[in-house]
Design a binder for this molecule. Structure first.
Ligand SMILES: Nc1ncnc2c1ncn2[C@@H]1O[C@H](COP(=O)(O)OP(=O)(O)O)[C@@H](O)[C@H]1O
Ligand SMILES: [Mg+2]
Length: 288
């Protein structure tokens, strides 16, 4: 069977504005010639340092950011050929979960309204059916019925990320870009959210593009891994291949930096490749 998603030769650069003397600075190329595919029911992990271009790739795949060149096809359809209306329909099948659960929900919307919104957008369900579906989705992600009338500020980061997952599931997608979905959560909460994502994948045959700076996370849940640094995929393979026999010096350095029970320090980071790190500190506020 052909892959669900194919990305071919994606490029993106951003204008840098003007210098003090009014000269246009050359555009900064942030993603160069990135190609990969994601099979049905598969997780492709993208791992690399902060600023490597991972989020830009994730957004280009969904056409939330337009690529300068290159193509993305989903289930055999080239997304660049779609009219805005067909793209909206396609978006039902492909969606995204973001890193920051505290900003991904509208603070003025109750939990019920937040999960109803994508149902209104993407389905023709009537009021009662919608309410039933909202309850079913929330139960599936582990939220309680008495949470329905509460606002985002009343929930912990882990709960907010569960709500974001419920919203992502509302349109019954086939493919989800998970962009550092647990990076902002306490370590103790991370495993719960990751296990939820894994269970949902099993139940629904979902495909994930799972973006993380954390190699051990990607190793844990990806079927295949693409290692990205400075806008380029330097290596792709199964976790086995990438983690036990890394070919690229950047991957080798990443792998030797994974904390182990008896840590081995990287003595020298390869020249010209930035070290990985979280893009923001954990901000889990409270758990209830
Ligand atoms: N909208 C934008 N305008 C200008 N530069 C951007 C924009 N989005 C991302 N960048 C730059 O592109 C590079 C890659 O960013 P990003 O894709 O967010 O990396 P990652 O997700 O791997 O941390 C960074 O240098 C970032 O500053
Ligand atoms: Mg990012």
């Amino acid at each position: 069977m052909s892959p669900l998603l194919v990305a071919n030769g994606l490029h993106k650069s951003y204008p840098q504005g003007r210098s003090l003397w009014g000269r246009a600075r050359p555009a900064q190329s942030v993603v160069r010639d990135v190609s990969f595919h994601v099979d049905r029911g598969e997780t492709l992990g993208i791992v690399g340092e902060t600023g490597a271009g991972k989020s830009t790739v994730g957004r280009m795949v969904l056409r939330l950011v337009e690529a300068d060149s290159g193509h993305v096809s989903f289930d055999g359809t080239d997304l660049s050929t779609l009219s805005p209306a067909s793209l909206r329909r396609m978006r039902q099948r492909m969606t995204m979960i973001f890193q920051d659960p505290f900003n991904s929900l509208d603070p003025r919307m109750t939990l019920r309204a937040a999960v109803r919104e994508p149902l209104t957008l993407h389905t023709s369900l009537g009021g009662a059916e919608k309410e039933a579906r909202v309850r079913e989705l929330l139960e599936r992600v582990g939220m309680r019925q008495d949470h329905l009338d509460r606002y985002p500020r009343e929930f912990s980061g882990g709960q907010l990320q569960r709500i974001a997952i419920a919203r992502a599931l509302a349109a019954d997608p086939d493919f989800i870009v998970c962009d550092e979905p647990v990076a902002a959560l306490d370590l103790s909460i991370q495993a719960q959210v990751l296990n939820l994502l894994l269970d949902l994948q099993q139940e629904r045959g979902l495909s994930y593009l799972f973006i993380s700076h954390d190699l051990s996370l990607v190793r844990f849940l990806a079927h295949r891994v693409a290692v990205m640094s400075q806008g380029v995929i330097v290596e792709q393979g199964t976790p086995e291949e990438v983690f036990t026999d890394p070919k690229h010096p950047y991957t080798r350095a990443l792998v030797s930096a994974i904390p182990t029970p008896r840590p081995t320090r990287v003595s020298r980071w390869p020249a010209g490749f930035p070290a990985p790190g979280p893009s923001r500190p954990a901000t889990e506020r409270r758990s209830r």
